[in-house]
Design a protein. Sequence first.
Length: 294
Amino acid sequence: MLDQYGREIDYVRISVTDRCNLRCTYCMPEDGVDQVRCEDILSYEEIIKVCSAFGRLGIKKIKITGGEPLVRLDICQLIADIKQLEGIEQVTMTTNGVLLAQMAPKLIEAGIDSINISLDTIDPKNFKELTRCDQLEQVMKGIETLIQLDYPHIKINCVPIEEFNGDQIVKIARLAKDHPIAVRFIELMPIGLASDYTPISRETILEQLTTHYGQLQSWPGKLGNGPAEYYTLPDFKGKIGFIEAMNNKFCHKCNRIRLTSTGFLKLCLHYNKGIDIRDILRHSDDLNDITQVI
Ligand code: SAM
Ligand code: SF4
Protein backbone atom coordinates (compact mmCIF):
# COMPACT_ATOMS: atom_id res chain seq x y z
CA MET A 1 0.00 0.00 0.00
CA LEU A 2 1.54 3.32 -1.10
CA ASP A 3 0.55 6.63 0.44
CA GLN A 4 0.36 9.90 -1.47
CA TYR A 5 4.06 10.58 -0.75
CA GLY A 6 5.08 7.25 -2.25
CA ARG A 7 5.91 5.68 1.09
CA GLU A 8 5.19 1.98 1.33
CA ILE A 9 2.88 1.33 4.27
CA ASP A 10 3.34 -2.23 5.50
CA TYR A 11 2.98 -1.82 9.26
CA VAL A 12 -0.05 -1.13 11.48
CA ARG A 13 -0.08 -0.43 15.20
CA ILE A 14 -3.36 -1.57 16.70
CA SER A 15 -4.47 -0.33 20.09
CA VAL A 16 -6.58 -3.17 21.45
CA THR A 17 -7.71 -1.28 24.56
CA ASP A 18 -7.55 2.22 26.01
CA ARG A 19 -7.30 0.82 29.56
CA CYS A 20 -4.08 0.49 31.49
CA ASN A 21 -2.88 -0.92 34.80
CA LEU A 22 -0.23 1.83 35.20
CA ARG A 23 -0.54 5.63 35.21
CA CYS A 24 2.72 6.91 33.75
CA THR A 25 2.87 10.60 34.57
CA TYR A 26 3.76 11.67 31.03
CA CYS A 27 1.08 9.49 29.43
CA MET A 28 -2.06 9.35 31.60
CA PRO A 29 -3.75 11.45 34.25
CA GLU A 30 -3.82 9.97 37.76
CA ASP A 31 -7.49 8.96 37.41
CA GLY A 32 -6.89 7.38 34.00
CA VAL A 33 -8.39 8.51 30.72
CA ASP A 34 -12.16 8.78 30.27
CA GLN A 35 -13.03 5.18 29.67
CA VAL A 36 -14.43 4.36 26.30
CA ARG A 37 -17.68 2.35 26.52
CA CYS A 38 -17.10 -1.37 25.98
CA GLU A 39 -19.45 -1.42 23.01
CA ASP A 40 -17.40 1.31 21.30
CA ILE A 41 -14.23 -0.76 21.38
CA LEU A 42 -13.55 -3.02 18.41
CA SER A 43 -14.57 -6.58 19.18
CA TYR A 44 -12.30 -9.57 18.71
CA GLU A 45 -14.06 -10.45 15.45
CA GLU A 46 -13.80 -6.88 14.17
CA ILE A 47 -10.06 -6.81 14.85
CA ILE A 48 -9.63 -10.07 12.96
CA LYS A 49 -11.72 -8.70 10.10
CA VAL A 50 -9.71 -5.49 9.80
CA CYS A 51 -6.44 -7.43 10.02
CA SER A 52 -7.60 -9.68 7.15
CA ALA A 53 -8.25 -6.53 5.12
CA PHE A 54 -4.83 -5.12 6.08
CA GLY A 55 -3.18 -8.38 5.01
CA ARG A 56 -4.83 -8.09 1.58
CA LEU A 57 -3.55 -4.52 1.25
CA GLY A 58 0.09 -5.42 1.81
CA ILE A 59 0.38 -4.91 5.55
CA LYS A 60 2.97 -7.43 6.74
CA LYS A 61 3.51 -6.47 10.34
CA ILE A 62 1.04 -5.76 13.12
CA LYS A 63 2.03 -4.27 16.47
CA ILE A 64 -0.40 -4.92 19.32
CA THR A 65 -0.43 -2.03 21.76
CA GLY A 66 -2.77 -0.05 24.02
CA GLY A 67 -3.39 1.26 26.71
CA GLU A 68 -1.95 -1.93 28.07
CA PRO A 69 -2.56 -4.80 25.63
CA LEU A 70 -2.13 -7.56 28.21
CA VAL A 71 -5.23 -6.40 30.12
CA ARG A 72 -7.41 -7.33 27.16
CA LEU A 73 -9.11 -10.70 27.58
CA ASP A 74 -8.14 -13.38 25.05
CA ILE A 75 -5.16 -11.35 23.84
CA CYS A 76 -3.06 -14.48 23.27
CA GLN A 77 -5.76 -16.12 21.16
CA LEU A 78 -6.13 -12.87 19.20
CA ILE A 79 -2.40 -12.90 18.43
CA ALA A 80 -2.52 -16.56 17.39
CA ASP A 81 -5.48 -15.87 15.08
CA ILE A 82 -3.93 -12.76 13.49
CA LYS A 83 -0.78 -14.79 12.82
CA GLN A 84 -2.83 -17.17 10.67
CA LEU A 85 -4.08 -14.42 8.33
CA GLU A 86 -2.87 -14.27 4.77
CA GLY A 87 -0.18 -11.63 4.20
CA ILE A 88 0.58 -11.04 7.88
CA GLU A 89 4.18 -12.04 8.52
CA GLN A 90 4.75 -10.70 12.02
CA VAL A 91 2.72 -9.87 15.10
CA THR A 92 4.61 -8.02 17.82
CA MET A 93 3.63 -6.29 21.05
CA THR A 94 4.54 -3.32 23.23
CA THR A 95 3.65 -3.86 26.89
CA ASN A 96 4.41 -2.32 30.26
CA GLY A 97 5.32 -5.83 31.41
CA VAL A 98 3.20 -5.91 34.58
CA LEU A 99 1.32 -9.06 33.50
CA LEU A 100 4.16 -10.55 31.48
CA ALA A 101 5.49 -13.08 34.00
CA GLN A 102 2.20 -14.96 34.00
CA MET A 103 1.43 -14.48 30.31
CA ALA A 104 4.84 -15.00 28.67
CA PRO A 105 4.48 -18.74 28.00
CA LYS A 106 1.07 -18.25 26.35
CA LEU A 107 2.30 -15.31 24.29
CA ILE A 108 5.20 -17.38 23.01
CA GLU A 109 2.88 -20.29 22.29
CA ALA A 110 0.64 -17.88 20.35
CA GLY A 111 3.65 -17.10 18.16
CA ILE A 112 4.43 -13.51 19.17
CA ASP A 113 7.38 -12.39 17.02
CA SER A 114 8.86 -9.75 19.31
CA ILE A 115 8.03 -8.25 22.70
CA ASN A 116 8.90 -4.65 23.58
CA ILE A 117 8.78 -3.89 27.28
CA SER A 118 8.55 -0.29 28.41
CA LEU A 119 10.85 0.31 31.33
CA ASP A 120 11.83 3.85 32.27
CA THR A 121 13.54 3.08 35.58
CA ILE A 122 14.78 0.14 37.61
CA ASP A 123 14.60 1.97 40.93
CA PRO A 124 11.42 0.95 42.84
CA LYS A 125 10.82 4.39 44.38
CA ASN A 126 11.40 6.15 41.08
CA PHE A 127 9.14 3.61 39.31
CA LYS A 128 6.32 4.29 41.77
CA GLU A 129 6.73 8.03 41.30
CA LEU A 130 6.77 7.74 37.53
CA THR A 131 3.99 5.19 37.01
CA ARG A 132 2.03 5.96 40.23
CA CYS A 133 2.02 2.18 40.86
CA ASP A 134 4.28 -0.09 42.88
CA GLN A 135 4.79 -2.76 40.24
CA LEU A 136 8.48 -2.73 39.30
CA GLU A 137 9.07 -6.18 40.80
CA GLN A 138 6.36 -7.63 38.57
CA VAL A 139 7.83 -6.00 35.45
CA MET A 140 11.33 -7.28 36.26
CA LYS A 141 9.87 -10.75 36.83
CA GLY A 142 8.27 -10.53 33.40
CA ILE A 143 11.60 -9.69 31.74
CA GLU A 144 13.37 -12.46 33.69
CA THR A 145 10.69 -14.96 32.63
CA LEU A 146 11.29 -14.17 28.96
CA ILE A 147 15.04 -14.50 29.46
CA GLN A 148 14.65 -17.81 31.29
CA LEU A 149 12.43 -19.09 28.49
CA ASP A 150 15.24 -18.15 26.05
CA TYR A 151 12.86 -15.92 24.16
CA PRO A 152 15.14 -14.30 21.55
CA HIS A 153 13.25 -11.13 20.56
CA ILE A 154 13.17 -8.85 23.62
CA LYS A 155 13.46 -5.07 23.39
CA ILE A 156 13.38 -2.62 26.28
CA ASN A 157 12.00 0.84 25.58
CA CYS A 158 13.02 3.65 27.92
CA VAL A 159 11.84 7.26 27.62
CA PRO A 160 14.52 9.43 29.28
CA ILE A 161 13.01 12.47 31.01
CA GLU A 162 15.04 14.98 33.00
CA GLU A 163 12.43 15.33 35.74
CA PHE A 164 12.23 11.55 36.36
CA ASN A 165 14.89 9.14 35.27
CA GLY A 166 18.11 10.93 34.24
CA ASP A 167 20.09 8.83 36.73
CA GLN A 168 18.66 5.55 35.40
CA ILE A 169 20.10 5.53 31.89
CA VAL A 170 23.35 3.74 32.70
CA LYS A 171 21.52 1.18 34.86
CA ILE A 172 18.90 0.36 32.25
CA ALA A 173 21.52 0.10 29.49
CA ARG A 174 23.20 -2.60 31.58
CA LEU A 175 20.39 -4.99 30.67
CA ALA A 176 21.93 -5.07 27.18
CA LYS A 177 25.35 -5.85 28.64
CA ASP A 178 24.17 -8.91 30.51
CA HIS A 179 21.60 -10.21 28.02
CA PRO A 180 21.18 -10.36 24.23
CA ILE A 181 18.41 -7.76 24.29
CA ALA A 182 18.10 -4.33 22.70
CA VAL A 183 17.71 -1.36 25.02
CA ARG A 184 16.25 1.58 23.10
CA PHE A 185 16.02 5.17 24.27
CA ILE A 186 12.88 6.79 22.89
CA GLU A 187 12.83 10.56 22.66
CA LEU A 188 9.92 12.02 24.60
CA MET A 189 7.39 13.54 22.22
CA PRO A 190 5.72 16.73 23.42
CA ILE A 191 2.17 15.42 23.12
CA GLY A 192 -0.55 15.66 25.78
CA LEU A 193 0.78 15.49 29.34
CA ALA A 194 4.31 14.88 28.05
CA SER A 195 4.64 18.50 26.94
CA ASP A 196 5.24 19.44 30.62
CA TYR A 197 8.50 17.46 30.74
CA THR A 198 12.03 17.70 29.34
CA PRO A 199 13.50 15.02 27.07
CA ILE A 200 17.14 13.99 27.49
CA SER A 201 19.14 14.19 24.27
CA ARG A 202 20.93 11.36 22.50
CA GLU A 203 24.23 13.24 22.97
CA THR A 204 23.79 13.30 26.76
CA ILE A 205 22.91 9.60 26.83
CA LEU A 206 25.84 8.65 24.58
CA GLU A 207 28.18 10.65 26.81
CA GLN A 208 26.96 8.88 29.96
CA LEU A 209 27.20 5.44 28.35
CA THR A 210 30.68 6.12 26.95
CA THR A 211 31.90 7.22 30.37
CA HIS A 212 30.58 4.06 32.03
CA TYR A 213 30.93 1.36 29.39
CA GLY A 214 33.42 2.59 26.77
CA GLN A 215 33.17 3.87 23.21
CA LEU A 216 29.93 3.04 21.40
CA GLN A 217 30.21 1.94 17.77
CA SER A 218 27.44 2.74 15.34
CA TRP A 219 25.81 -0.50 14.08
CA PRO A 220 24.23 -0.19 10.63
CA GLY A 221 21.88 -3.20 10.94
CA LYS A 222 18.17 -3.27 11.64
CA LEU A 223 16.32 -5.07 14.41
CA GLY A 224 12.68 -5.30 13.42
CA ASN A 225 10.76 -2.90 11.27
CA GLY A 226 11.18 0.44 13.03
CA PRO A 227 13.27 3.61 12.77
CA ALA A 228 15.73 2.83 15.61
CA GLU A 229 19.44 3.48 15.07
CA TYR A 230 21.70 1.08 16.94
CA TYR A 231 25.11 1.00 18.60
CA THR A 232 27.27 -1.79 19.98
CA LEU A 233 29.47 -1.57 23.07
CA PRO A 234 32.48 -3.67 24.07
CA ASP A 235 31.38 -6.76 26.03
CA PHE A 236 27.69 -6.07 25.48
CA LYS A 237 25.58 -9.06 24.44
CA GLY A 238 22.78 -6.79 23.22
CA LYS A 239 22.51 -3.44 21.45
CA ILE A 240 21.70 0.14 22.42
CA GLY A 241 19.19 1.95 20.20
CA PHE A 242 17.77 5.42 19.74
CA ILE A 243 14.44 6.52 18.31
CA GLU A 244 14.18 10.28 17.94
CA ALA A 245 10.87 11.38 16.48
CA MET A 246 11.62 15.06 17.10
CA ASN A 247 15.38 15.62 16.75
CA ASN A 248 16.04 13.09 14.03
CA LYS A 249 12.76 12.96 12.17
CA PHE A 250 12.10 9.86 10.10
CA CYS A 251 8.82 10.96 8.48
CA HIS A 252 10.24 10.46 4.96
CA LYS A 253 10.67 6.75 5.63
CA CYS A 254 7.58 6.24 7.79
CA ASN A 255 5.96 2.90 7.00
CA ARG A 256 3.10 2.79 9.49
CA ILE A 257 -0.48 3.68 10.27
CA ARG A 258 -2.42 3.30 13.52
CA LEU A 259 -5.79 1.95 14.48
CA THR A 260 -7.30 3.15 17.76
CA SER A 261 -9.26 0.85 20.06
CA THR A 262 -12.50 2.38 18.74
CA GLY A 263 -11.63 1.78 15.09
CA PHE A 264 -10.28 5.18 14.00
CA LEU A 265 -7.57 4.70 11.39
CA LYS A 266 -4.98 7.37 12.08
CA LEU A 267 -2.34 8.18 9.51
CA CYS A 268 0.13 9.96 11.80
CA LEU A 269 0.60 10.09 15.56
CA HIS A 270 0.96 13.85 15.46
CA TYR A 271 -2.27 14.64 13.60
CA ASN A 272 -5.88 13.75 14.17
CA LYS A 273 -6.47 13.15 10.49
CA GLY A 274 -7.86 9.75 9.70
CA ILE A 275 -11.02 7.83 9.07
CA ASP A 276 -13.47 5.94 11.25
CA ILE A 277 -13.63 2.38 9.97
CA ARG A 278 -15.71 0.91 12.81
CA ASP A 279 -18.98 1.46 10.95
CA ILE A 280 -17.90 -0.42 7.88
CA LEU A 281 -16.45 -3.20 10.07
CA ARG A 282 -19.80 -3.49 11.86
CA HIS A 283 -21.97 -3.36 8.78
CA SER A 284 -20.15 -5.34 6.15
CA ASP A 285 -18.65 -8.79 5.97
CA ASP A 286 -17.30 -8.13 2.50
CA LEU A 287 -13.55 -7.56 2.77
CA ASN A 288 -13.64 -5.63 -0.51
CA ASP A 289 -15.80 -2.95 1.12
CA ILE A 290 -13.33 -2.66 3.99
CA THR A 291 -10.18 -2.58 1.87
CA GLN A 292 -11.86 0.08 -0.27
CA VAL A 293 -12.46 2.36 2.73
CA ILE A 294 -8.91 1.81 4.02
N1 SAM B 1 1.12 0.34 27.84
C1 SAM B 1 2.07 -0.16 26.92
C2 SAM B 1 3.48 0.28 27.28
O1 SAM B 1 3.63 1.19 28.11
O2 SAM B 1 4.40 -0.29 26.70
C3 SAM B 1 1.77 0.16 25.46
C4 SAM B 1 1.27 1.52 25.14
S1 SAM B 1 2.39 2.87 25.55
C5 SAM B 1 1.50 4.28 25.01
C6 SAM B 1 3.61 2.63 24.29
C7 SAM B 1 4.91 3.36 24.51
O3 SAM B 1 4.73 4.75 24.28
C8 SAM B 1 5.55 3.23 25.90
O4 SAM B 1 6.86 2.75 25.74
C9 SAM B 1 5.58 4.65 26.40
O5 SAM B 1 6.71 4.89 27.19
C10 SAM B 1 5.62 5.44 25.12
N2 SAM B 1 5.15 6.81 25.24
C11 SAM B 1 4.03 7.27 25.82
N3 SAM B 1 3.97 8.63 25.72
C12 SAM B 1 5.08 9.02 25.06
C13 SAM B 1 5.61 10.28 24.65
N4 SAM B 1 4.98 11.41 24.89
N5 SAM B 1 6.78 10.30 23.98
C14 SAM B 1 7.45 9.15 23.71
N6 SAM B 1 7.00 7.93 24.07
C15 SAM B 1 5.85 7.87 24.74
FE1 SF4 C 1 -0.05 2.78 30.51
FE2 SF4 C 1 1.83 2.49 28.65
FE3 SF4 C 1 0.71 4.90 29.09
FE4 SF4 C 1 2.31 3.90 30.93
S1 SF4 C 1 2.89 4.45 28.82
S2 SF4 C 1 0.28 4.80 31.30
S3 SF4 C 1 1.91 1.75 30.77
S4 SF4 C 1 -0.31 3.11 28.29
